[in-house]
Design a protein around this ligand. Structure first.
Ligand code: SIN
Length: 336
């Protein structure tokens, strides 16, 4: 089937997928964010005879939103990226958006976009573990799979397509610093695989994705048009529970004016006695506290021992994004 006058818009933010090293044999020491999104897209979509059938008739527009190593991703770029997604997805002829992103903070950006961009059209992020000039660069295949998946996905949802897998933004996280297949969704697994240019869903996976379920109480979405300017976003930090937790840093953060704290707790979100006392005190001062887990798989399950809100399946980095949005929306309803 030909997609008549339909576009996929590819937004570039940088990362290793746009990176370059000094030689085609050097895959670890390189400079991220060197090649433009136009060049990266052209390298794949420019070869129309080699494109998957599902992409027949699609046009590809590109826009460079940022050109950074994703360790430097910040709220200003997020704000702009969310606005650009909203802008493009509002156009009737835009079918979907693909975003190239560094792998290091991709899961946070994917989760953020899933909370604020409310269109019934897909957003697909992709990335690479090897720079663009590496002899076996993974970027072009990931880009090809991402465009292909974007053209076949329907409805709302933010996804990662990499290494032949599709992951949901709610569950995915980077789990390996160098492996080609660096992402995992823990016990939820990838929702689908790409084979023969088709999406192969794991049984029941699509139906169980969060956007197809009733939203949980923890994370009300935030209307993108109501997002305050980035300089007004709340300050939320992550602290970790570990052996000999002194909680001295909690007081330092309170003195410095922190708005919220996420705890990467041990096990099922457990925290030492001193940390719990410090956090209860913080809570009485109006500081929002949320409990996640240092474990990299499985949700935190609420028990009567938990004195604070729990992050359920969100890892600490995503729980921080959720808390930023929660505090923002609470402030807004107080002001209205
Ligand atoms: C980055 O996150 O921008 C660098 C690392 C990568 O993309 O793999």
């Amino acid at each position: 089937m030909q997609a008549k006058n339909q576009k996929i818009v590819v937004l570039g933010t940088g990362g290793t997928i746009a990176g370059e090293s000094n030689s085609e044999n050097e895959g670890l020491a390189y400079q991220a964010a060197q090649r433009s999104i136009h060049d990266l897209t052209q390298a794949v979509a420019g070869k129309s005879q080699a494109l998957p059938e599902a992409l027949n008739g699609f046009q590809f527009d590109t826009e460079q939103v940022s050109q950074i190593d994703s360790k430097d991703m910040d709220f200003s770029i997020w704000y702009q990226l969310a606005q650009r997604c909203d802008h493009w997805l509002s156009q009737p002829d835009v079918h979907s958006v693909v975003i190239t992103h560094g792998t290091d903070t991709l899961e946070e950006t994917a989760y953020f976009l899933s909370r604020v961009v409310q269109h019934k059209k897909p957003i697909v992020l992709t990335c690479a573990m090897r720079p663009a000039n590496f002899k076996d660069a993974d970027g072009p295949q990931n880009m090809r799979d991402a465009l292909n998946a974007a053209s076949q996905l329907k409805g709302q949802g933010v996804w990662l397509v990499a290494a032949g897998e599709i992951h949901h933004s709610q569950y995915v996280q980077k789990v390996h610093p160098t492996r080609l297949n660096a992402f995992d969704s823990g016990e939820w697994g990838p929702v689908a695989h790409m084979h023969d240019d088709q999406i192969h869903w794991r049984r029941g996976a699509f139906e169980s994705c969060p956007q197809n379920q009733l939203k949980s109480g923890m994370n009300p979405g935030m209307d993108i048009h109501a997002l305050p300017l980035p300089k007004e976003w709340p300050w939320v930090e992550i602290i970790t529970n570990h052996v000999h937790s002194t909680a001295k840093h909690v007081q330092v953060l309170l003195d410095a004016g922190v708005d919220g704290l996420v705890v990467a707790g041990t096990g099922n979100g457990s925290i030492s006695r001193v940390t719990k006392e410090a956090l209860l005190k913080a809570q009485t001062m109006g500081i929002e506290v949320c409990l996640a887990s240092r474990c990299n798989q499985g949700p935190v399950v609420q028990t009567p021992n938990h004195a604070f809100e729990i992050a359920k399946e969100l890892n600490p980095a995503k729980a921080r994004v959720a808390l930023v949005l929660n505090i923002m929306s609470k402030k807004q309803s107080q002001n209205n």
